[in-house]
Design a protein around this ligand. Structure first.
Ligand code: B16
Ligand code: MG
Length: 224
């Protein structure tokens, strides 16, 4: 299938955790271990609120749940400890952990000449992409190491669009977090919510996973 309007370059911007891979389970284990060492616990439901939220903001939320106060210096130490535990887990990831439909969709997008960027809050995205053998699909990688503002600020996706040289209105964001859908809206981009519709208000389309969407449907979001 060929893109009907070749003069219109299209880009797909993918979130990582919850869209292409499920690293949320490792984040949860590491944060839980940290909370436990501080003498409290938090639930899986609370953990849902950490999805798409950057590391230091996540720590602030967890400390708040535990009613624990720490200085900025102590927080740096705690975040580094959590990251050490988390990295030990993601260093064991394999390609088998890529979420359903991801590889086929990425291959089909590339075959169609559609550009692909990563738009993730994670500072560990390169390790995850390498471990799961996804790196080669991306024309640009924008992650927590290069952005200063967390989603719902659109910075991560605007940077991706700029690196790809594609105007915002021709970009489609794939996100599993409300903050990510809000970031796409703020950046004047289209978005596909991956997960439950009630948690992803404002997306243009909803899928349970990436096996449920075709390149044709993606193109139709920007070329009508
Ligand atoms: P790190 P995403 C996000 O990834 C995770 O959903 C979130 O739980 C995590 O705190 C954040 O990355 C930062 O990760 O500690 O590795 O820098 O969904 O934006 O791909
Ligand atoms: Mg995510």
């Amino acid at each position: 299938m060929q893109n009907n309007l070749p003069e219109k370059q299209i880009a797909c911007l993918f979130d990582l955790d919850g869209v292409l891979v499920d690293t949320a389970v490792y984040h949860y284990k590491a944060w839980k271990q940290l909370a436990n060492t501080l003498g409290f616990d938090f639930t899986e439901a609370q953990n849902e609120h950490l999805k798409g939220v950057n590391r230091m903001r996540s720590l602030d939320m967890i400390l708040d749940w535990g009613g624990v106060e720490k200085t900025e210096k102590e927080k740096e130490v705690l975040a580094a400890q959590k990251n050490e535990w988390y990295v030990a887990m993601i260093n064991k990831m394999t390609a088998a952990e890529v979420l359903p439909g991801s590889i086929d969709l990425l291959e089909n997008l590339r075959a169609e000449g559609i550009k692909i960027a990563l738009g993730s809050a994670s500072k560990n995205s390169s390790t995850i992409l390498e471990r799961t053998q996804l790196t080669h699909f991306f024309d640009a990688i924008v992650d927590g190491n290069v952005v200063s503002k967390s989603k719902p600020d659109p910075e991560v996706f605007i940077k991706g669009a700029e690196l790809l040289g594609v105007p915002a209105e021709n970009c489609i964001v794939f996100e599993d977090a409300q903050a990510g859908i809000d970031a796409a809206l703020a950046g004047h981009m289209k978005s596909v919510g991956v997960g439950e519709e009630e948690n992803l208000k404002g997306a243009d389309l909803y899928v349970k996973n990436l096996s449920q969407i075709s390149v044709k449907e993606i193109i139709s979001l920007v070329i009508r």
